[in-house]
Design a protein around this ligand. Structure first.
Ligand code: MRU
Length: 340
């Protein structure tokens, strides 16, 4: 298979490597990934994360196993197992569907490798396209709020919502970014801040519960977020806390955009209620851990509610920025796809 390089995933000289996102920003450690068990545990621990990237990583691993002479039966089993690694981001399922079709072909080793390479390269193109469309929405001097991490770390390309921000910065629009730290796993405080630092985009980090007062003070012009699954009626799941922002945006009359590739659309899901939401370990809410170690502040017996994602209803969305364009209405089943 050919060598491929993204910000947090690379395939080099027949070896798959994952940048451990759990240790960022203070340690940059690349981990080798050799087996389904490796990839599964990297995905579950969010060492590799972001809707597009987990699908791409799982596909590259299957292609790698194919080149290691795994049997067709073992590869079919690997695809089935990886599909289950996380339940909410539909990109993983779409990628595994493509790999399932490839493994059924006569020349399945070459077919799997080509398929994984195409998935990787297609994501770069999708990111560029979203960034170009989204950039049209950004005005000179905009104050933009974002949630979680949707940048190069979460994709093979420049990112989704953060890709738009990067593009606007490159276009010299003098933007400023408010970064939600994104409890409980702090993807904003650790990863988005790391990326914006790297790109030298002016940003200010806030705790999630500070967004309302910022909006009330007139300091947010637009909100751009990513998505893990967009239902047929335009409802979408994204990192928990996204729905809060959408409600606040409506109240304060602030434009609220979701940026995602068409590979995040799930037309089998009628609406947001049908999107499976991942529930995670109580320890993530009782305290915090990372490259600095681990700490718990809550009592050992504290009951915890820890959904990794929430669902934002379509009625709160100003526009869906997809790789095919910007839509002010999105309802696939009734045929409504209205461009802004
Ligand atoms: O749990 P995570 O860190 O994988 O959640 C990621 C998100 O919610 C992102 O906003 C989403 O995957 C879009 S990333 C391009």
């Amino acid at each position: 298979m050919k060598n491929l390089q993204a910000a947090s995933l690379k395939y080099q000289d027949n070896q798959l490597w994952v940048l451990d996102q759990y240790l960022l920003p203070h340690q940059e450690v690349w981990l080798p990934c050799e087996s389904v068990a490796d990839m599964e545990s990297l995905i579950k621990a969010l060492k590799i994360r972001g809707a597009p990237l987990i699908g791409i990583g799982a596909s590259l691993l299957v292609a790698h196993l194919a080149s290691q002479q795994c049997s067709r039966e073992q590869l079919i089993e690997a695809i089935a197992q990886l599909r289950q690694a996380r339940p909410t981001a539909v990109n993983l399922m779409h990628c595994m569907d493509k790999m399932s079709a490839a493994v059924a072909k006569d020349e399945y080793i070459r077919a799997l490798q080509t398929c994984a390479e195409e998935i990787f390269e297609q994501d770069i193109a999708l990111c560029n396209s979203m960034a170009n469309f989204g950039n049209e929405l950004v005005q000179e001097g905009d104050q933009i709020l974002t949630h979680c991490n949707t940048g190069a770390l979460a994709t093979a390309g420049v990112g989704t919502a953060l890709g738009v921000i990067y593009k606007a910065h490159q276009a010299n629009k003098k933007i400023h970014v408010w970064v939600d730290e994104t409890r409980p796993l702090l993807q904003g405080g650790r990863l988005t801040a790391y990326e914006l630092d790297h790109w030298q985009v002016p940003y200010t980090l806030i705790c999630d519960n500070m967004a309302a007062s910022l909006m009330a003070a007139g300091k947010v012009d637009k909100i751009f977020v990513g998505a893990d699954r967009i239902a047929a009626n335009g409802d979408f799941a994204n990192k928990v806390g996204t729905y809060n922002l959408a409600v606040l945006a409506k109240h304060h009359d602030i434009e609220f955009y979701v940026v995602a590739p068409t590979t995040t659309l799930d037309i089998e899901c009628e609406n947001g209620e049908a999107i499976p939401i991942e529930q995670r370990e109580p320890a993530e809410v009782k305290g915090v851990s990372g490259s600095f170690g681990q700490c718990q502040w809550a009592p050992n017996n504290a009951q915890v509610y820890n959904p990794a994602f929430d669902v934002t209803p379509a009625e709160l969305v100003t526009g869906w920025v997809l790789d095919t364009g910007i839509y002010s209405q999105l309802d696939v089943h009734s045929g409504v796809l209205r461009m802004l």
